[in-house]
Design a protein around this ligand. Structure first.
Ligand code: ATP
Ligand code: MG
Length: 440
C-alpha cells in the first residue's frame, strides 16, 4: 500500500510566503464553482477544463483571469522557474509594460509592418506608447546605465511579467494569449565562448523546469530558425495534439527540427536522417536565442576589457511561456475525467473528501485528519460540502489534485487512523493508516 503515498514536499517558509500562507481551503468557502459545461465559444481543451474547474475565467478570446485555484498553480510554476533561474545566476527584476516609442525605433521594431502583434496606446497629449510584447530593447537601454566594464559581466537578469500581443488567432486557450505571463531571461556576456557556456547550462535548467512540471518525457530540444550570429535558435517543444507547430522528431536522439527550417542541408548539418524522423504536432513552451550584438550595438552597450579596449556586449534571450506551460500541462496530462496535476504544481497536494459529514464521528475523523495534515505543512483542499459522493468524486477528478483522501462511515469501520486514498492519475486506491502520509 505504501506505493499509494507520494513523496510530497512540505511547504517551506518561503513557499508559504509566496503562496500567501493559506495552505488549506474548505471547498464550501471557495467562491468558484465547478461546472459541467465550458462556455460554448471555448474550443480548446486546456481552457475548457480550467474554466470548468474554476481555475480561470474567460474575459474574451485570448484573455483570461486567474482565480484562486488557478493562481495557486501559476504561483507554483513561478516558484519552480525562479529556483531554476536563480540556480544559473539569474537576478530577478520587473520591467514596465508601458514602453516608449523611441526605444523601439532603435532596432526598427516600432513599425507595425515589422511587428504585427503590437498593442499601442496614447497619452493625453497624443504621444504613442507600446504595451511590451517583449523587453529586449527596454532592458538593454536600462542596463547601459550599469554596464561599462568587464567587471560588470557576465550578467543574467530575468523577469516573470505580463506580455501583450495582438495575436491574429487566439483559439488555444491559455496556450496562446493576447495577455499572458512570460519568463524572459537575458544574458550579457563578454565573449561568445562565455555565452556558449551559459547556453549549455540554461538548456539543463529549462529541462529541469519541464521535468518538475511533469512534461519532460514529451518535451524535445528543437532546432529552429533565427538567432543572430548563430545558425539556429532552439525551442523546447512539447508533443501535443493542441500544438500549432510541426516538428520532425528523432526520438532516440531526443532532438527535433522545426518544420520552418526542415531541409536536407539542415538534416546533414545536425547529423539526422530523414528516415529516423517522425512528424509531430507540438507546443513551443520555451525558446533560447543567441542574439549577438543585434540589440546591444544600437544602444551602444559596450564594456572596457582588461586592456581598456572597448568591446560589444554579447546578448542572449531565453523565454518560457509561463501561462502557456500551465495550459500545456493540462493539454497533455488530462484524461476523460479531468485534469491531472503533477504533484509539484498541483493547487493542493491532498483532496480530503468527506462522505456523510452529518455523522459526528465522520466529521470528527475528518477534522482530525485535516488538522494533522495541515500541521505537517501539507496543502489540503477539504471538501466539506453537503453533496453526494458522486458529485464530490466527479469534482475531485475534474480538479486533478494528485491524491484523494476519502473518509466516510465505511472508513470508520476499518479502524483507528485508517483512511481511504486514491491516486488521481492511476485510479488506484486502498486503505492506509494516515500515519503513512504524515510520516512520509
Ligand atoms: P509563437 O511562435 O508560439 O508565437 P514566439 O516565437 O512568438 O512563439 P517568443 O516571442 O520567443 O515566442 O516568446 C517566448 C515564449 O513565450 C514562447 O516560447 C512561448 O512559450 C511563449 N509565448 C509566446 N507567445 C505567446 C502567447 N501569445 N501566449 C502565451 N505564451 C506565448
Ligand atoms: Mg509569436
Amino acid at each position: 500500500m505504501t506505493t499509494l503515498v507520494k513523496s510530497v514536499q512540505r511547504l517551506t517558509f518561503e513557499h508559504k510566503l509566496v503562496l500567501g500562507y493559506d495552505t488549506t481551503m474548505r471547498f464550501s468557502q471557495l467562491f468558484t464553482k465547478t461546472r459541467h459545461e465550458a462556455p460554448k465559444d471555448e474550443v480548446s481543451k486546456n481552457a475548457q477544463l480550467l474554466i470548468r474547474g474554476g481555475f480561470i475565467h474567460k474575459e474574451m478570446a485570448g484573455v483570461y483571469s486567474y482565480l484562486p485555484l488557478g493562481l495557486r498553480v501559476l504561483k507554483k510554476i513561478k516558484i519552480i522557474i525562479r529556483e531554476e533561474m536563480n540556480a544559473v545566476g539569474g537576478q530577478e527584476l520587473i520591467l514596465t509594460a508601458l514602453q516608449e516609442q523611441k526605444i523601439w525605433e532603435k532596432v526598427g521594431r516600432w513599425d507595425d509592418e515589422k511587428v504585427d502583434v503590437w498593442f499601442k496606446t496614447k497619452l493625453k497629449n497624443n504621444v504613442e506608447l507600446g504595451l511590451g510584447f517583449t523587453h529586449d530593447e527596454q532592458l538593454v537601454n536600462l542596463l547601459t546605465e550599469y554596464i561599462s566594464s568587464y567587471r560588470d559581466l557576465p550578467l543574467y537578469v530575468y523577469q516573470i511579467q505580463t506580455k501583450f500581443r495582438n495575436e491574429l488567432r487566439a483559439k488555444s486557450g491559455i496556450v496562446r494569449g493576447r495577455e499572458f505571463v512570460m519568463k524572459d531571461l537575458y544574458s550579457f556576456n563578454r565573449t561568445e565562448e562565455e555565452q556558449d557556456e551559459f547556453y549549455e547550462k540554461i538548456k539543463v535548467s529549462y529541462m529541469n523546469v519541464f521535468s518538475r512540471c511533469g512534461i519532460a518525457d514529451r518535451t524535445y530540444f528543437t532546432f529552429s530558425s533565427g538567432g543572430t550570429f548563430s545558425q539556429y535558435s532552439n525551442e523546447f517543444q512539447t508533443i501535443s495534439d493542441a500544438g500549432e507547430d510541426i516538428i520532425y522528431l528523432d526520438a532516440n536522439k531526443r532532438i527535433a527540427v522545426n518544420r520552418e527550417i526542415m531541409d536536407d542541408k539542415v538534416l546533414s548539418d545536425l547529423g539526422l536522417r530523414k528516415e529516423d524522423l517522425t512528424e509531430e504536432k507540438a507546443i513551443e513552451v520555451g525558446n533560447i536565442f543567441k542574439q549577438g550584438t543585434k540589440f546591444t550595438d544600437p544602444f551602444s552597450m559596450s564594456y572596457k576589457d582588461e586592456q581598456g579596449e572597448k568591446k560589444s556586449v554579447v546578448m542572449g534571450g531565453y523565454g518560457i511561456g509561463v501561462t502557456r506551460l500551465m495550459g500545456t500541462v493540462v493539454e497533455v496530462l488530462s484524461d476523460e475525467r479531468g485534469i491531472v496535476w503533477p504533484v509539484e504544481i498541483a493547487p493542493f497536494q491532498y483532496h480530503l473528501i468527506e462522505l456523510g459529514g452529518a455523522n459526528p464521528s465522520v466529521r470528527e475523523r475528518v477534522l482530525a485528519t485535516y488538522q494533522a495534515l495541515t500541521e505537517q505543512g501539507f496543502e489540503v483542499l477539504y471538501d466539506d460540502r453537503d453533496e453526494s459522493a458522486g458529485v464530490k468524486f466527479a469534482d475531485a477528478d475534474l480538479l486533478g489534485i494528485p491524491t484523494q483522501i476519502i473518509i466516510g462511515e465505511k472508513t470508520l469501520d476499518e479502524g483507528d487512523g485508517i483512511v481511504e486514498v486514491k491516486d488521481r492519475k492511476s485510479g488506484e486506491g486502498g486503505y492506509i493508516n494516515i500515519q503513512e502520509i504524515l510520516q512520509s
